[in-house]
Design a protein around this ligand. Structure first.
Ligand code: NDP
Ligand code: 8X3
Length: 251
């Protein structure tokens, strides 16, 4: 029987690249996000390669909508083998005293509470089947803190703590829990962080070669293809030109 991978935030960046990667590995794929036209386009693209795809369309901040989307999934699609909790964002880049509560709530509700909602939906089936792999997309911001990163860094520190906590709680149930912690990856991330300011977003990657979404998807592929007795707890993946959250080498 084909395995099933559910990837949240598959309309862009790391999630989309991971969906393609998992499809190439032969998984049946569930893709989620708020941009329906992109979900449909990705489904059509993968189906051309004879991959079976289900769409879940919801805002992960909305617990009720997330539950409804889950309830609408056919029961055989609920037997998730790999859950990639990827949907997330940074919003704003301001010192704490100037932080915007709308940005803060968006990050906390998506990066922490959204991850918890999805995990609680998927975990019971994994426990029943005594198998599964959860990969939480964290960040270098989950272990480093940088100027103006405050709340975003706090959410990714939380993802680190939750990953460790989940790993302990799910240990008796034979469920692997991993995190992947990339440095700079050129996706729509910075455009979202700077509220659509393309100039500011481009400056983030100026004078260096960042990671690309496919690089992170490659690392996730490595994690999900290890033998049953091997788990990658965390993988910190950086561009060669980035030594930490704050040290970059630019032309
Ligand atoms: P993108 O902005 O390209 O992709 C973000 C994805 O998350 C989109 O598919 C988006 O879908 C989804 N998403 C965001 N908010 C919601 C929501 N409320 N409900 C449902 N889906 C949502 O960024 P990345 O691919 O770079 O980011 C993916 C993950 O990687 C994030 O968790 C980010 O924090 C993390 N990360 C990114 C790094 C980077 O430098 N780019 C580095 C380290 C970690 P839609 O808008 O359609 O809902
Ligand atoms: C995204 C990378 O360095 O902007 O998580 O926090 S960083």
């Amino acid at each position: 029987m084909k395995k099933i991978a559910l990837i949240t935030g598959a309309t862009s960046g790391i999630g989309m690249a991971t969906a393609r990667k998992a499809a190439n590995l032969g998984y049946k794929i569930i893709i989620t996000g708020r941009r329906m036209e992109r979900l449909v386009a990705l489904k059509q693209e993968l189906e051309k390669k004879a991959i079976t795809v289900q769409i879940m369309y919801f805002d992960v901040r909305n617990r009720e909508a997330t539950h409804e989307a889950w309830n609408e999934l056919p029961s055989d699609w609920k037997m998730i083998d790999v859950l990639v909790n990827n949907a997330g964002l940074a919003a704003g880049n301001d010192p704490i005293q100037d932080g915007d509560w709308t940005d803060w709530e968006q990050m906390i509700d998506t990066n922490i509470k959204g991850l918890l909602t999805m995990s609680q939906l998927v975990i019971p089936g994994m426990i029943e089947r005594k198998s599964g792999h959860i990969i939480n997309v964290s960040s270098i911001a989950g272990s480093d803190v940088y100027a103006n990163g405050n709340v975003y860094c706090a959410t990714k520190h939380a993802v680190h703590a939750l990953t460790k906590g989940m790993r302990i709680d799910l240990l008796p149930h034979n469920i692997k829990v991993s995190s992947i912690s990339p440095g700079m990856v050129e996706t729509e991330f910075s455009i979202v962080r700077y509220h659509g300011d393309k100039q500011k977003a481009d400056n983030v990657y100026k004078g260096l070669t960042p990671l690309y979404a496919e690089d992170v998807a490659d690392a996730i592929e490595f994690m999900i293809t290890r033998p049953a007795h091997v788990n990658v707890n965390d993988m910190l993946l950086m561009p060669t030109r980035q030594a930490s959250a704050v040290y970059n080498f630019r032309d």
